[in-house]
Design a protein. Structure first.
Length: 242
C-alpha cells in the first residue's frame, strides 16, 4: 500500500488547523490566541504558528497588536448578513445543479446527518445538545454544497464559514428553532431526493426563518450594527422570494 504523504508546508498545516478550530467553534470570536501555547500543543516551534496567524490577519480574521495579543475578530452584524447572503446563494446553486444527478455518497451522508439530528432531540443535556446541533448543522449545509461537486465552491464556502461560523448563527437562532429544527432539515432532504422541483422552496423557507431571527436578534457586540433591515431585505430580494 502506497503511504499517504502530506506535502503541505508546516505553516499550511497550522493554518488549516486554526481554520478548523475557528469554523467548528473550538476557538471563538473574541478569543485571544496564545502562539506559544498553540506551538506547545502541536509540538512545533512558534515560527510556523506566527506565520499562520499572519495569514489569518491578512484575511481579516484576527487582529494582532505587537508585543500585546492576537485576537479573533468578532464579525459585525453587517458582515454576518453579507456572509449569510452568499451562503444562501451557494447552497441554492448546489441544490439546483444537482437536481439531475444526485451523488449517492452525498445523499447517504445527508441521511445519516438527519438521523443524528432526530436522535439529538431527546438529548437531556441542553448544553451538549446545542453543541452537537451546531456540528450537525454545519455538516448538513456543507454537504449540501458538496452536491454541486465543485471543489472551488466547497473551498469558498469553507472560507465564508471562517468569517461567520455556524456557532455564531446558532447562538442567535437555535433556541427559537430547536423544536422544528430536525424536521426542517429532513424536509429539505426529502424534497431534494423525491420532489426536486420543491427543493429550493423548502430550502428558502429555512433560510427565511433563520434570517428573520438574525434580523430580530440583539447586536452581538461587533463594531458595525448598521444595515440590518436593508441587508435582511437584500437576502430575500437576491433570492426572489419577497
Amino acid at each position: 500500500m502506497t503511504p499517504v504523504i502530506d506535502t503541505r508546508s508546516l505553516v499550511d498545516q497550522v493554518y488549516e488547523y486554526l481554520l478548523t478550530q475557528i469554523i467548528t467553534g473550538a476557538i471563538q470570536y473574541g478569543d485571544i490566541l496564545n502562539v506559544k501555547k498553540i506551538a506547545t500543543e502541536l509540538k512545533i516551534s512558534t515560527m510556523p504558528v506566527r506565520e499562520a496567524v499572519k495569514r489569518l490577519e491578512c484575511e481579516h480574521v484576527v487582529s494582532i497588536k505587537p508585543r500585546s495579543f492576537c485576537r479573533i475578530q468578532k464579525p459585525s452584524r453587517k458582515m454576518i448578513w453579507e456572509v449569510y447572503e452568499l451562503r444562501v446563494c451557494l447552497e441554492r446553486y448546489a441544490v439546483t445543479k444537482s437536481a439531475s444527478h444526485l451523488p449517492p455518497k452525498s445523499l447517504r451522508r445527508l441521511h445519516v446527518i438527519v438521523q443524528r439530528m432526530r436522535a439529538l432531540q431527546v438529548e437531556a443535556d441542553t448544553r451538549a445538545r446545542a453543541q452537537r446541533a451546531i456540528a450537525l448543522d454545519r455538516e448538513f449545509h456543507a454537504e449540501l454544497c458538496g452536491l454541486a461537486q465543485n471543489d472551488f465552491l466547497n473551498a469558498f464556502y469553507r472560507q465564508l464559514s471562517l468569517h461567520v461560523n455556524m456557532s455564531l448563527i446558532h447562538e442567535k437562532t437555535y433556541q427559537r428553532l430547536k423544536r422544528g429544527w430536525a424536521g426542517v432539515h429532513a424536509e429539505i432532504l426529502r424534497c431534494i431526493e423525491s420532489e426536486p422541483a420543491r427543493a429550493l422552496e423548502a430550502l428558502q423557507r429555512h433560510f427565511d426563518n433563520v434570517t428573520t431571527l438574525l434580523r430580530d436578534a440583539p447586536e452581538n457586540g461587533g463594531a458595525d450594527g448598521e444595515g440590518v433591515e436593508r441587508s435582511g431585505r437584500g437576502i430575500a430580494a437576491a433570492q426572489g422570494t419577497r
